[in-house]
Unconditional design. Structure first.
Length: 353
């Protein structure tokens, strides 16, 4: 079902900052940002923010969103969801757990969290699952089944991963779960060696969004198989000037009548600085690697003071979304790597019919 308009209008209202670091919280000394988010069975909205302590050491927190009417206005802190302790999360040189995305998958009756396990010298995607949003079972880092690009993906880092919430079909028509991710597609030497590592797409330096799949039957047999993915395909590569340097997926995809709505971030250079902005893409519901539409210009770019000044200037980094009534999508995002803000996006009617 093609989306024919060259420039659909996504109207955006900033709802403001809903979470800032507290001075008496050492875990938050450098910032709270880039939250995962999901609605619980009772309708409450939960966020899982990245908490940065002194020295850029990250934990994943847990908070409940407070609303005034339909507007998110703040959070109630509930503690720490994940403290780095696994070998792939910590090392003598530091480490941390970062930038989670959270989705509920009814087919396996679990919440699934993907997050970046960051240790020198490459970030890796790790997966954890929960039945109640309080206790999380780590499944380990993502593994890539033997296929085209699999060897390269095992060797490079990876970030910005998010599962689709529903069962989909892989390229061969097998009922599967799918994950978006962003291999760190740069040419580099393996640490301590002279072995030249190439990115998954070959000698291409700009990082892109990829999709991989795991058969549903495999996950139903053993949930640990969520970490073993295959059938790798590229979905989005840098195209417009505002995403020219690299891009990565944002919140987990949201199903709408015309396909899968994906928020994503694009990175450009403005003067001497990098700038992170948010765009929107629509993926084909039958063939997820096919892009039906992508915004030619950013839907949200750094303009407010809290988006332009922080630990890292000029950053809008979407990582959670909440579909509201009447075709409105609340997006929760990290602003300037310092605070968490929210924006309400009104979707074009043509996408909802």
């Amino acid at each position: 079902m093609p989306v024919r308009s060259a420039a659909l209008e996504f109207r955006v209202t900033r709802l403001g900052v809903i979470m800032s670091p507290e001075a008496d919280q050492p875990h938050e000394a450098w910032g709270v940002l880039n939250p995962g988010g999901v609605r619980a069975a009772d309708g409450t909205m939960h966020l899982f923010p990245r908490l940065i302590a002194e020295g850029n050491y990250s934990r994943i927190g847990h908070a409940l969103v407070r609303f005034e009417g339909e507007r998110p206005v703040g959070v109630e802190r509930l503690g720490v969801a994940l403290e780095p302790h696994e070998p792939y999360e910590v090392s003598a040189g530091g480490g941390g757990v970062e930038d989670p995305r959270v989705v509920y998958i009814p087919a396996i009756e679990r919440y699934v969290m993907t997050y970046t396990a960051f240790v020198p010298y490459e970030p890796k995607i790790a997966v954890a699952v929960s039945e109640d949003l309080e206790t999380w079972q780590r499944l380990g880092v993502l593994r890539y089944a033997e296929a085209k690009h699999a060897r390269a993906m095992e060797l490079v880092g990876n970030k910005d991963a998010a599962f689709f919430p529903d069962v989909v079909l892989d390229p061969h028509g097998v009922r599967s779960l799918a994950i978006l991710h962003r291999p760190t597609a740069r040419i580099r030497f393996a640490f301590g060696t002279r072995e030249l590592l190439m990115p998954p797409a070959g000698p291409e330096k700009r990082e892109s969004v990829w999709i991989s799949y795991v058969p549903l039957d495999s996950v139903l047999a053993d949930v640990a198989n969520l970490t073993s993915v295959g059938q790798h395909e590229r979905v989005l590569a840098p195209k417009a000037p505002w995403e020219a340097i690299k891009l990565g997926s944002g919140a987990p995809p949201v199903r709408i009548p015309r396909g899968w709505l994906l928020t994503y971030h694009g990175v450009s250079r403005v003067g001497t600085q990098l700038q992170y902005s948010m765009g929107v893409a629509i993926l084909d519901p039958e063939r997820l690697s096919q892009v039906l539409y992508r915004t030619p210009l950013p839907v949200l770019e750094p303009e407010a003071d809290y988006e332009r000044s922080g630990l890292t200037s000029n950053v809008v980094f979407p990582s959670a979304a909440d579909m509201r009534p009447n075709g409105e999508l609340d997006v929760y995002y990290g602003a300037a790597d310092r605070v968490i803000a929210a924006a309400r996006v009104v979707l074009p009617p043509s996408l909802l019919g």
